[in-house]
Ligand binder design. Structure first.
Ligand SMILES: [Zn+2]
Ligand SMILES: [Zn+2]
Length: 288
């Protein structure tokens, strides 16, 4: 069985330093999914030999610029390349309005179906299947443009060919994290940006790879609290609590020129901790 491949396209935030802004490519079963799309993501895709056409879904955690400002250029390149296949975008409330306003001011028409699923904060939950049928209808009848669907739910569930769930986490603005359950026991949790949060522990229980906010070291835990990010130590504590197999430290502040201290801080609590670095690839075989 083919491996799941995780490629880090950028791993620093909220501004670039020795590495680029947040974006992770997950490739599996012919699908290519982007987790966040910071400024310059399309350039880094090309550098790892992937075209914009190869990406079929973009999952966005929140509307802070370092996670979303690569989206419009990516969509424009997709259009200029003559790509007509639909693109699925999932993110928090505000994503659809951002697209509509940007398209309007840029006099841009995608020319392909752009299916935007906004996860809104409210009680109750719908199964993803309730969304897929309207989606099919939209795709059958449209000739390009933005199609907006809102899900009054904090658990987006894509069943096939694998499962994708979203859940709300604590950050300074409405923010989602994602869990992808792929083949066998291969699962990935993507939690950026987030303050030390029980929601991550709950949603990521038994996950194989936890990619977690580690913006600061413990010496700046006050700043982590103030800006609602995590320290490397807090990321490690979360990995330990949820029983993750591997922790990837992510979204480190560019104030750190060297990341050795952050890594050793995490490894004191969770030995299987590693640093996300641009163009690092992680190959996961489907069963442990
Ligand atoms: Zn960020
Ligand atoms: Zn943020």
């Amino acid at each position: 069985m083919n491996p799941v491949i995780i490629t880090f396209l950028g791993s620093r935030g909220p501004y670039p330093g020795s590495d680029e802004l947040p974006s992770v490519l997950v490739s599996y079963g012919g699908r290519n999914i982007l987790l966040d799309i910071g400024e310059g993501t399309q350039h880094r895709l090309l550098e790892v030999g992937k075209s914009v056409a190869s990406v079929d879904s973009v999952l966005i955690t929140h509307m802070h610029g370092d996670h979303v400002l690569g989206l419009i250029p990516f969509l424009q390149s997709r259009s200029l390349a003559g790509i007509t296949t639909p693109l699925l975008l999932v993110g928090p409330s505000g994503l659809g309005g951002y697209l509509r306003d940007s398209f309007s001011h840029l006099y841009f028409d995608a020319g392909y179906d752009l299916v935007v699923v906004e996860v809104v904060e409210s009680a109750g939950c719908v199964d993803w299947r309730d969304v897929v049928e309207p989606l099919k209808e939209v795709l059958r009848t449209s000739a390009g443009g933005v199609k907006l669907l809102r899900i009054p739910c904090d658990k987006v569930i894509l069943k096939n060919p694998f499962e994708i769930r979203s859940f709300w986490v604590k950050h300074s603005i409405p923010t989602l994290s994602y869990r992808l359950n792929l083949a066998g026991s291969t699962s990935i949790c993507y939690a950026s940006d987030v303050t030390s949060s029980e929601e991550v522990v709950e949603a990521c229980r038994g996950v194989r790879v936890l990619i977690h906010d580690a913006t600061f070291g413990s010496e700046l835990s006050n700043k982590a609290r103030e800006y609602m990010h995590s320290t490397a130590l807090q990321a490690a504590e979360t990995a330990l609590k949820c029983g993750a197999e591997i922790l990837i430290l992510y979204h480190m502040s560019p104030r750190y020129k060297e990341l050795g201290e952050l890594l050793s801080e995490a490894r004191k609590v969770f030995r299987n901790s590693y640093l996300a670095e641009k163009f690092t690839k992680l190959y996961l075989t489907p069963s442990r």
